[in-house]
Design a protein. Structure first.
Length: 239
């Protein structure tokens, strides 16, 4: 056990009750978004999983954004519903955060377990978060938009992903550094729920700081936003 670690099920402070309440809301939000988006919303699979991941990090905030920006109000209206630029910007930011934040959280957890100092932790988080977002969530999943060429997708995704990642990481750092280096050292221990609450707050801040640049990237046709994918129904008797 690390020197700052406390028993997971020891006496609860008021902050622990707040955190546990937050994660109950997160669980309910993830269950709702996953059920609804895979059942009803005509988005590509990568965006569906992106919404689920971001809801895991942002809880009811992400669920609210999903209802406002992407949930099809009535069948056949998704195309028009998601057309406004502010909604497209939300979709672009969801795609960014799903990849980058996942990489950052994985890197931060590993470096915390290994006991790396904070400055090394931040460098590893940045590199791994950017690489995970670029090479997997952007280039790999979106290569169909570039004729199926993975490396062409990497080239076209690099600059938009770099801009978006920088703004998201800036927001996360503003929350994570003071949150983890404060008086309650449990926030640095992945075995504690307080650690995950700081991560959650960091992703929320990162989403907020990354959103404006993602709106601009969509407006400039440098990134995609929300999309509509309809199932093709075979016509009876078609040749």
């Amino acid at each position: 056990m690390s020197p700052y670690s406390l028993p997971l099920f020891g006496p609860l402070a008021w902050i622990d009750l707040v955190v546990l309440g937050w994660f109950v809301l997160v669980a309910l939000s993830v269950a709702y978004v996953a059920w609804d988006i895979f059942r009803y919303t005509p988005e590509p699979a990568v965006m569906k999983w992106g919404w689920v991941l971001v809801t895991l990090y942002m809880g009811p905030i992400a669920a609210g954004l999903y209802v406002l920006a992407d949930k099809e109000p009535t069948p056949g209206t998704h195309e028009d519903f998601v057309r406004p630029l502010w909604k497209q910007g939300i979709g672009s930011t969801i795609h960014c955060v799903a990849g980058d934040a996942t990489g950052i959280i994985l890197a931060a957890t590993v470096t915390a377990i290994l006991g790396f100092p904070m400055w090394v932790d931040l460098i590893v988080e940045y590199v791994f978060g950017f690489a995970f977002g670029l090479f997997i969530f952007q280039a790999l999943f979106m290569k169909g938009m570039y004729g199926g060429s993975y490396w062409r997708s990497v080239r076209h995704s690099f600059m938009p992903e770099w801009l978006s990642m920088n703004l998201m990481m800036a927001g996360m750092i503003l929350v994570m550094v003071p949150g983890m280096m404060g008086r309650d050292m449990r926030a640095m221990d992945p075995a504690q729920v307080l650690y995950w609450s700081v991560m959650s707050a960091g992703v929320i801040a990162g989403f907020a700081t990354a959103y404006p640049v993602n709106v601009w990237l969509v407006w400039a046709n440098l990134k995609h936003g929300l999309m509509t994918v309809r199932r093709r129904v075979a016509t009876e008797g078609a040749v």
